[in-house]
Design a protein. Sequence first.
Length: 423
Amino acid sequence: MNVLILGSGGREHAFTRSIAASPILKQLYVAPGNAGTAKQATNIDISVTDFAAIKTKVLELDINLVVVGPEAPLVEGIYDFFQRDEQLADVSVIGPSQQGAVLEGSKEFAKKFMVRHNIPTAAYESFTKENLKAGMEFIDRLTPPYVLKADGLAGGKGVLIIDNAAEAKESLEAMLVGGKFGDASNKVVIEEFLDGIEMSVFVMTDGNSYKILPTAKDYKRIGEGDTGLNTGGMGAISPVPFADEDLMEKIENRIIKPTVAGLQQEKITYKGFIFIGLMIVSGEPYVIEYNVRMGDPETEVVLPRISSDLLEHLSAFAKAELHLQKLTIDDRSAATVMLVSGGYPEAYDKGAVITGIDEVKDSIMFHAGTAQKEDKIITAGGRVIAVTSYGSTYDEAVKKSYENIAKLHFDRMYYRTDIGFDL
């Protein structure tokens, strides 16, 4: 098969590594890719939302399957674009239809979907600038902390958790009236705060059957001890040590099954990944959010633990034959630590030379924000490299990642030293 992966981050490098190992692969391309994907595939300089350019390349390169990494092209309808085009209709696209992508594209839609299908989630209400006053009054009725979510896509940064009611009201006004997150916060979902521990469950579905992938837990805050600003993710571990058989049974029966069944009942075409963000409160699972693709950096610990042929699994989606596939999981734990540019998630510099890459042993480096410049690899984003390691326990895996991180350097390099601290 000839495969095209869309995206340029650590998630897409993880897909590249897994798919490159498949015996059924002929040629592998990544658009736009990064310095890491260039080692295992051919990078193509195309935007992930330039559907016309993607079509041209898909036809030119005789692509059979397209793996969509980020959410933006899914929310903009790339699956439907392929389905409507006679020349592209036979190309498999791994990702939901535009209607299915609204599960991530609109927090309000996702909450209403959960309510319709009795999927446990936090109580909530939605507000626009027209009913800002009602939003302020709703905050007064809640117990702090207050959770404010931009309804639309905000690059993983549209969720605010605020302890002070006055500050929460200021933030609500900044989102709805001041455009704090642009169009994404034209509508804001305010929900009750669930006090528990987070984890993520990943499901791949061909629209009929599904497979549950390894569990993971990521660390979103920039600072040690989960403090400071939200980021796209500073590290992750898999499996989640507290996700025992009893909890996983609850998650499957109360959340995964009704989610997949709900998509079928509402006639929403969905052939791709469902990332379910969960809060576990006193042993009971609640859905915080849906994402309609794999997470980042969770993908960098989930995919390395899949020992069966990922491309073979994905190729079964087109014929809805995923149920015939046997998914096998590596028993070892995996941990990843993200190296980021100084200043991230706010303003940061690009173009710093990265050294020590060739010295890393017994860890996998997933490039996120990197580029090749002559014979050097340089920083090209806020999140730069994810260092993933295996271990018999997550502690051992984390330790190995930190040992290899000590060999890497770029100007103002930053990382959290406490990944897995809360487990």
